[in-house]
Every structure is written in structure tokens, then in C-alpha cells.
Design a protein around this ligand. Structure first.
Ligand code: CO
Length: 225
């Protein structure tokens, strides 16, 4: 009953917003489907655990901060099996840690000082379009400036990368090296240094995700207090 009422409400809101069934894309889903799915999801959660949302809305205490690529195929919660409330997430193109990025630094400080996360995971992925764009020699626009750290990593590992004959393998190795460099950048931030000096147990990890097999690999480049 509640589910039907929820769906009717979604339809009513959509009609007001000018979305109707005729506007559906033939090959895909539209906003009505997303909102209808949301109603079913929320109902399901409440059925299993009536206090689920009450509890979550009162407190978030995630143990992990995830710094990942914006790529839609690498969603932190889905691939790690974590529920809402269990991972604090920051994503940008090519999962980069720019030292002057006020957005990332605000997320990092809040995660470290207020949420008191224990693990920070920098997760990149093979076949990263950001990493490829950084290296293809074409002009893309403002993103070229954003991706400069990737070219810096490629430059300092030039000899090593040139030894890899297969272009795809070479690019994937650069994805790994870039992740390791971001772990290093995080380690050097005043936020992390000061947290470690005060005895906070925070561990930084570098992971890479395979789009082709859905698996995460630990790059074994941890930074610890
Ligand atoms: Co990517």
C-alpha cells in the first residue's frame, strides 16, 4: 500500500516537473524509473529494519575515506559492498590529489578530524580515460591543467614506462604509478602529518580496479604513521 502511494506521489511530482511517460528514451531509463526505484529501495530498507533511516540520519561514523575516479563504472559502495554510512567519498577525474584543491582538502580534513576515519583508500582504475587523455597529446581544454600530475608521473617514470612494449599495458602501469603518487601526495599534506603527530592511527592505501574483471588490487604502497 505504502509502495503504491509512493509511486503515485512520484508520478504526481514528475507531472508537475513536466516529465511524463511519453518522454522516456526508447533505449534507456528516465528519471521516473530512478525515483520509482528509490521508493522501492527505501520501502525495502524499512521493511528489514524499521529504524534504518532514523539511525543513519542521527549519525555517520564511516571507517573509510574513498578517493576515487569520477568514472561511472567505479562506484565505491557498490564494488566494496559497503552500505550507506560506511564510506565517505570524494571523486574527481583520474582520482588526483592536487595539493591546492580546496574541495579535496576540505573532505580530507573533515574525514580525519571529525569523522575520524581509520583508512583512506586512493582507488584508480585500469583504462582510465583521464590518464589516457593526459597522455594522448591532444588539447582537451581545462582538463589538461587538471591532469598535469599524471604527465609529471609519466615524465619521472619515463625510462620504466618505455620498457613496456604493449601500449595498453604501459597505460595501465601509468594508472598504477599515478595512484602511488597520489598516496604519496596525501601522506605529505599538513592534515595527515599533523594527525599522525597527534597519534591518530590513519592508514593510506593505493588500490586499482579492473573494469574488465570487476576486481580490486592492492598496490602495496601503504602509508602509515
Ligand atoms: Co578514470
Amino acid at each position: 500500500m505504502a509502495l503504491t502511494l509512493g509511486l503515485l506521489m512520484v508520478r504526481w511530482f514528475n507531472r508537475r516537473a513536466g516529465v511524463n511517460d511519453e518522454q522516456k528514451r526508447p533505449e534507456g531509463r528516465d528519471l521516473t524509473d530512478l525515483l520509482a526505484h528509490n521508493v522501492r529501495w527505501a520501502e525495502g530498507k524499512r521493511e528489514n529494519d524499521p529504524d534504518y533511516f532514523k539511525r543513519l540520519s542521527a549519525l555517520q561514523r564511516p571507517e573509510y575515506l574513498w578517493i576515487g575516479c569520477s568514472d561511472s563504472r567505479v562506484p565505491a559502495n557498490v564494488i566494496t559492498g559497503l552500505e550507506p554510512g560506511e564510506v565517505f567519498v570524494h571523486r574527481n577525474v583520474a582520482n588526483l590529489v592536487h595539493r591546492g584543491d580546496i574541495n579535496l582538502l576540505s573532505v580530507l580534513e573533515f574525514a580525519v578530524e571529525t569523522l575520524e576515519v581509520r583508512h583512506i583508500i586512493v582507488c584508480g582504475h585500469y583504462g582510465c580515460g583521464g590518464v589516457q587523455s593526459a597522455m594522448d597529446g591532444h588539447r582537451h581544454g581545462i582538463i589538461d591543467h587538471w591532469l598535469q600530475p599524471v604527465r609529471d608521473v609519466a615524465e619521472s617514470a619515463k625510462d620504466h614506462l618505455e620498457e613496456i612494449a604493449d601500449p595498453e599495458d604501459r597505460m595501465n602501469r601509468l594508472c598504477e604509478l599515478s595512484i602511488e603518487a597520489q598516496v604519496e601526495s596525501l601522506r605529505r599534506t599538513p592534515i595527515i602529518k599533523s594527525a599522525w603527530q597527534r597519534g591518530k592511527e590513519i592508514y593510506i592505501h593505493g588500490w586499482v580496479y579492473g573494469l574488465e574483471d570487476g576486481l580490486l588490487r592492492d598496490l602495496q604502497c601503504d602509508a602509515a604513521p
